[in-house]
Design a protein. Structure first.
Length: 183
């Protein structure tokens, strides 16, 4: 697929986050015809609250997030793992994207998860939780795109094997085609 825009949600707010650096590296090395759009401003989103999510008064940050992700062709979460699950900032973004009910900005969008964390589990719980939440929000999770760090002794920003896996994951997400049911 050419001219594909991938909205990238980074699950870490830390300025020196390895996951942010990975997202930036993937953006800078995106294949021809692919734009990885790092969606900033997740820290400014209020925690999801249906009382403030009204058609005439939804927070501007939430409206902007929904428009940006809604206009993307694909969505990629690049996230670490916090206490065995996805970071609250990513969960909150998915919550905002899942509403209003029936018109989720994630509805039908291919969704991938990748990232790194210095644990023996490599972020698999965070990735599984993000994938589950995105599925419930209406996304089509591309199962084989989940990639995580396999060892804390590997520099994920320079290791050729890790970078090849990450670039391959982006290529699979971009190339993903939903199966159509036979008539």
């Amino acid at each position: 697929m050419s001219d594909t825009r991938v909205a990238v949600l980074v699950g870490s707010l830390r300025a020196d986050s390895v996951n942010r650096k990975l997202a930036e590296l993937l953006r800078d090395q995106a294949p021809a015809g692919v734009t990885l759009d790092l969606v900033d401003g997740l820290a400014e989103l209020p925690f999801y609250n249906e009382d403030i999510d009204t058609p005439d008064a939804a927070p501007a940050q939430a409206v902007a997030l929904r428009e940006r992700v809604g206009s993307a062709d694909r969505v990629l979460a690049v996230t670490p793992e916090y206490n065995g699950t996805m970071p609250a900032v990513l969960n909150n973004a998915i919550d905002w994207l899942s509403r209003p009910y029936g018109v989720s900005a994630l509805s039908g969008k291919p969704f991938g998860v990748l990232g790194t964390t210095p644990t023996q589990y490599g972020g698999k719980w965070s990735h599984a939780d993000a994938a589950r939440s995105a599925t419930i929000a209406g996304a089509v999770v591309v199962e084989d795109v989940t990639v995580s760090q396999s060892s804390i002794d590997v520099d994920v920003l320079t290791d050729p094997a890790v970078l090849a896996k990450l670039h391959d994951a982006v290529a699979r997400l971009v190339g993903f085609q939903k199966e159509t049911a036979a008539a």
